[in-house]
Design a protein around this ligand. Structure first.
Ligand code: NAI
Length: 506
């Protein structure tokens, strides 16, 4: 399907944060853009804000003044709906309210040509519901941009029950032509990103509530071991706890209160206290003038008498860590065994979702220290560990000394199922697998959405494949058993992959 050509005008309704950004994107792509807002002066102010933002690019020599002038000349603030009659694509980015949006769409059907595509930037309302009272619901499609629209690459193209394939494909091609990375999804609560990302916030919030570690430590682990751009607490402080809590609650209720989406009391408390994050000056962290960000808890440097690492059996994903330790000059011996490492008093293993204490008892191995997953063990600058209650202090000290030899900062967290990164990945992959099973989007579109929409280092399904077909399933099964909660039930596709010995991509 061909993208809309630039001789087709685009109308954007709502000149707030999203509408102005979308108008900029369309004008940058060469379309004439009508910008309408019901608030007097808002459309002109939207155009002004585009002008002042792009002027900074001109001042830095990143854009020609002539290009900016031409771009601004293509954006026309208008006051009346009738003035949108000539638009071939209308994107609404008005207030998030079903009835107000429905009424706008009804008016647009009166004003616009029958061939015009009507798109909604809604982040939480069903496209099917928005189209239900339209005369031609086939021409309504979701075009979900991310904030800020000019910078964020992802556009979720959402198909309601009645949306025509042709219209969805045309909007997809147009978004790609505008330099975006479009994905296609069905109109289900949270679409892709706002659904699949829920565990990223939920599991950190739960680990905090369970006193696994403090927020600065959990954030540092997510960044430095997980390869995420920001930790969950830094990110929700930025998003705003009112917004993030509302999205979680809306997804939770939309899925009939499935406990997988359970909102957090810790976050509710922040909302009730008015600690909304950066915008209110206080969230998990303080943004007051001169406030210092707390440091993550990091093990002090220790030395160990041990000089040889014994690798017992196939280390699986830890192979890259062992290679790194070898490079640091450590003597390494390999022998048969259950896939563990021995260094001094420490017996180390990658978490399989069980608590260290539980596993140490089951495997009659008192000195067990569990290692968390890293996105890339060759590069991780920090790693979380958790020791069994019965482990002697020397075992923990030797585990720290081993990792520190490779220049890795160690954060010991309390012994909770799945540690931090493994648990985060497993729950993200679980949600992504369920979304794929339910036909919300394709496996590759789900992964792309999580990378382009949230800067994840890898899509959760590809990442899960890379780890091995059965590991994520095993981790979830063990976490579910530890908690005895339905929340961690493994998705059917993960279970199937395990038996088929194949991944999402093979
Ligand atoms: P906003 O509050 O910044 O802007 C909304 C604008 O729409 C306001 O200027 C308001 O005057 C105008 N408006 C309201 N009703 C109108 C009507 N009937 N006709 C014309 N103009 C009207 O809101 P924001 O954040 O730009 O969100 C707009 C839409 O985009 C919502 O549906 C929201 O869910 C969605 N969205 C928001 C994202 C965000 O991060 N803020 C991200 C993705 C989607």
């Amino acid at each position: 399907m061909q993208p809309l050509t630039t001789d087709i005008s685009v109308a954007v309704i709502g000149a707030g944060a999203m509408g102005s950004g979308i108008a900029q994107v369309a004008a940058q792509a060469g379309h004439r853009v009508f910008l309408l807002d019901q608030r007097e002066g808002a459309a002109e102010a939207g155009r002004q804000s585009i002008a002042s933002q792009l002027q900074r690019r001109v001042d830095k020599g990143k854009m020609e003044q002539a290009s900016l002038d031409a771009l601004l000349a293509r954006i026309e603030p208008v006051n009346e709906l009738n003035e949108l009659a000539g638009a071939g694509l209308v994107i609404e980015a008005i207030v998030e309210d079903l009835e107000i949006k429905r009424s706008l769409l009804a008016n647009l059907e009166e004003v616009c040509d029958d061939s015009a595509i009507l798109a909604t930037n809604t982040s939480s309302i069903s496209v099917t519901a928005l189209g239900a009272r339209m005369k031609h619901p086939g021409r309504l499609v979701g075009m979900h941009f991310f904030n800020p629209a000019p910078l964020m690459a992802l556009v979720e193209v959402i198909k309601g029950l009645a949306t025509s394939d042709e219209i969805a494909q045309s909007v997809y091609a147009t978004a790609a032509q505008w330099g975006k990375k479009p994905v296609t999804a069905t109109s289900t609560p949270g679409f892709i990103v706002n659904r699949v990302a829920r565990p990223f916030y939920a599991e950190s919030l739960r680990l905090l509530q369970e006193q696994a570690a403090d927020s600065a430590t959990l954030d540092a682990i997510l960044r430095e071991a997980g390869g995420f751009r920001m930790g969950a607490f830094e990110l929700t402080d930025l998003i705003g706890h009112d917004v993030n809590y509302a999205v979680t609650s809306s997804v939770f209720n939309s899925y009939y209160q499935d406990t997988r989406f359970l909102p957090s009391l810790v976050q509710k408390e922040l909302v009730e206290a008015g600690r909304l994050g950066r915008k209110s000056g206080q969230g998990f962290y303080s943004y007051a003038e001169g406030a210092q960000k707390p440091e993550p808890v990091t093990a002090a440097a220790v030395s160990s008498e041990a000089s040889t690492l014994v690798v017992e059996g196939n280390p699986g994903p830890l192979a890259a860590l062992i290679a790194r330790l070898k490079e640091s000059g450590l003597n390494i011996i390999e022998r048969d065994g259950p896939g563990r490492l021995r260094f001094g008093e420490a017996v180390l293993a990658l978490t399989d979702g069980r608590m260290a204490t539980e596993r140490a008892t089951a495997e009659a191995c008192n000195n067990l220290v569990l290692l968390d997953l890293a996105f890339d063990y060759a590069k991780a600058s920090r790693l979380a560990i958790a020791a069994a209650d019965q482990a002697p202090l020397q075992a923990v000290a030797d585990a720290c000394a081993l990792l520190q030899r490779a220049g890795i900062a160690v954060s010991q967290v309390a012994d909770r199922p799945g540690l931090v990164i493994m648990r985060t990945l497993a729950t993200l992959a679980n949600e992504a697998a369920d979304a794929a099973l339910h036909g919300v989007a394709s496996v590759s579109d789900i992964d792309l959405a999580m990378k382009a929409g949230l800067n994840y280092p890898e899509g959760p399904l590809r990442w899960s494949d890379n780890l091995g077909f059965s590991l994520v399933h095993r981790v979830l099964t063990n976490i579910q058993q530890s908690y005895g909660e339905d929340r961690y039930r493994p998705a059917l596709l993960l279970r199937k992959n395990r038996f088929a010995e194949k991944g999402f991509y093979s």
